[in-house]
Design a protein around this ligand. Structure first.
Ligand SMILES: [Zn+2]
Length: 274
């Protein structure tokens, strides 16, 4: 029978035409990919996908429990500030929070706490929550257990020695995690936090008005709002635009019926104190 070209040759038949078609080899036989090859590749692809999701999605539970938002049934929201303390932004933010009687959580970088201990103490004295955000703001997803433990435990010690507070929460830089992060956080009794939305307030091209508008647009019941009072890598990084946006952010949210609450109330399990 003449091969008409529109019907592919049955597996095992000689390839007549088109020459060099997808399933033809120079020898002229058809080699469909066997399921024995496809299935393991698909499984490996799914495993890589799951691993990537666990690593890069800040609220993924693949590597352990993480709190990414509060309840959706009431207009409560949670302010969080990462990468401080910072000499130009943190105090301004504290003033705004005090004026509005609004609580917040500050996920601090250990080296920045060491550099600006007085600012860290003022955050603690104002009653805000202080969380661990690693020692040097390293991306943890490709780090091994020893380095991850060091990043978390040294920061835990620095926060404790500087502020007199025991940190109880952790947020990974960029949200990047792996199973060793979960183990190290658990050893310290931490609740691990992600976030509901950020507004790219650390982008130098974003104005204070942009930051305010973006938060207003994205705010939803139960949201954990990610903002930055510092720069994870540059201790003197400029976050004055976030500080300038904050009075408007709070005013907009309150006008829409929101109340800001302490992040700690989202921790599902509080270890018993002896
Ligand atoms: Zn950060």
């Amino acid at each position: 029978m003449k091969n008409g070209g529109s019907n592919p040759p049955a597996p095992g038949n000689r390839c007549v035409e088109p020459p060099g078609g997808a399933n033809c080899r120079p020898g002229g036989f058809v080699f469909p990919p066997p399921m024995a090859v496809i299935l393991p590749l698909a499984a490996a692809g799914a495993a890589v996908g799951a691993w990537a999701y666990g690593t890069y999605e800040p609220n993924s539970r693949i590597f352990g429990p993480v709190v990414g938002r509060g309840r959706r049934d009431s207009r409560l929201a949670y302010l969080t500030f990462d990468d401080g303390p910072n000499p130009d932004a943190t105090d301004r933010i504290l003033e705004t929070l005090a004026t509005a009687s609004v609580p917040a959580a500050f996920f601090m970088v250990g080296e920045h706490v060491r550099r600006f201990p007085d600012i860290a103490r003022r955050v603690a004295n104002a009653g805000h929550e202080i969380g661990n955000h690693t020692l040097r703001h390293r991306k943890l997803h490709f780090q091994g257990p020893r380095r991850i433990r060091e990043e978390l435990e040294r920061t835990h010690e620095i926060i404790g020695a500087t502020t007199g507070r025991t940190a109880k929460s952790f947020r990974a830089p960029h949200g990047y995690r792996n199973p060793f992060v979960t183990i190290a956080a658990r050893r310290l009794g931490y609740a691990v936090f992600g976030w509901t939305f950020g507004v790219w307030d650390s982008d130098p091209g974003v104005s204070a008005e942009d930051i305010r508008r973006r938060v207003q647009r994205k705010l939803r019941p139960g949201a954990i709002v990610l903002l930055h009072d510092g720069d994870g890598y540059d201790p003197e990084g400029d976050r004055r635009r976030t500080a300038a946006a904050l009075p408007g952010i709070i005013a907009d949210a309150q006008a829409a019926g929101y109340t800001f609450r302490p992040l700690a109330e989202l921790v599902p399990f509080q270890p018993r104190r002896s």
